[in-house]
Design a protein around this ligand. Structure first.
Ligand SMILES: Cc1cc2nc3c(=O)[nH]c(=O)nc-3n(C[C@H](O)[C@H](O)[C@H](O)COP(=O)(O)OP(=O)(O)OC[C@H]3O[C@@H](n4cnc5c(N)ncnc54)[C@H](O)[C@@H]3O)c2cc1C
Length: 295
């Protein structure tokens, strides 16, 4: 019954694993995976799943998730087919499934300043809004005008000041069943060369300092106030520490990487050991930025 319904509303798969769908490349089999064809299809799917009390999880690019090995019996919904955008003077309307680096490059070529800070963040616009993702002292909160939200089976626009943005937090953390469908982002005219040079420089710095050649979910921990998680991890001697096929990166100690066949349980054992040692030595509680799912 579920399968037939989902097939009517999108591209359907029953052979996917989280390992295939996350940048950390870990995690077990997903009973039902669907990419809705349109916003109406997304609405129909969510309404169906809620009325039948079927668990679901919305996925962006899976770049902030550590997923467990056990089978997930619910439905994973990818918004990658909701990938339209339209530029109107000083704003861009963009659907949630568009990848942030792709949009950053399109805007840069047209001399539209907006997403430079996010050009190296490998997530979708929906995932970046959920996380209020940021870098170089900017974050999504700085560029969002409004977000179109599927909330209680209704589509509504919420203004920036209704989205409770703070450091790596948005209102969506408190409402896991709401779905970001689209957003309007502010644009400022600048020289394409200046924007592109800035993005190239930042990408070069990322390549120098982050293990982009390895599977990861980005920074494991948030930076505590007035401190850096990587410094604390170095100070407890965990740079390079490994369990089975999972390691604290030698290049950037706030990245925990999968060397091939890594499992979530090893990732989390390392993360919990780091939390315990940092608490013991410095009385600082490191909070995970990466989200655990189905663990
Ligand atoms: C190499 C690397 C570098 C990174 N650098 C940075 C960085 O500089 N700054 C930074 O902030 N992060 C960084 N990240 C982390 C990650 O890319 C961000 O957290 C990003 O916002 C996640 O987006 P996503 O689309 O992959 O979301 P996912 O990982 O797919 O999902 C994350 C959460 O968002 C929810 N979600 C996704 N889409 C929607 C939607 N449309 N509606 C409602 N909920 C949704 C999911 O259910 C999940 O709870 C990095 C990650 C990697 C791998």
């Amino acid at each position: 019954m579920i399968k037939n319904f989902l097939i009517e509303h999108g591209e359907y798969h029953d052979d996917k694993c989280f390992k295939d769908l996350t940048t950390l490349k870990m995690g077990g089999h997903i009973a039902h995976f669907v990419l809705p064809n349109s916003v109406d299809d997304l609405k129909a799917i969510i309404a169906f799943l809620k009325s039948n009390k079927i668990n679901f999880k919305v996925l962006g690019n899976g770049s902030n998730l550590v997923c467990g090995e056990s089978d997930y019996n619910g439905v994973v919904i990818s918004l990658k087919r909701l990938n339209d955008y339209e530029i109107h003077n000083d704003e861009v309307y963009v659907q949630a499934g568009v990848m942030a680096p792709a949009l950053a490059n399109i805007l840069a070529k047209q001399g539209l300043s907006c997403l430079e800070f996010a050009s190296g963040i490998p997530g979708t616009i929906g995932g970046l809004i959920y996380m209020n993702a940021g870098a170089y002292k900017s974050s999504m909160a700085d560029i969002i005008k409004e977000v179109l939200v599927l909330k209680d089976d209704e589509l509504i626009w919420l203004n920036n000041d209704e989205l409770n943005f703070s450091y790596r937090h948005s209102i969506f953390h408190d409402h896991p069943r709401w779905v970001v469908v689209a957003a309007k982002l502010s644009l400022i005219k600048k020289s394409p060369e200046i924007i592109q040079d800035l993005m190239a420089d930042r990408l070069r710095r990322r390549k120098e300092t982050q293990p982009l050649e390895k599977a990861s979910a980005g920074s494991c921990f948030r930076n505590p106030e007035n401190d850096f998680a990587w410094k604390l991890i170095d100070a407890i001697g965990y740079r390079g520490f490994s369990i089975n096929d999972v390691s604290v990166s030698d290049k950037h100690s706030n990245f925990i990487v999968n060397n091939g066949d890594g499992k979530a349980q090893d990732y989390l054992s390392i993360a919990y050991q780091i939390q315990d040692k940092v608490k013991e030595k410095y009385n600082i509680k490191l909070v995970m930025e990466v989200e655990k799912f189905n663990c």
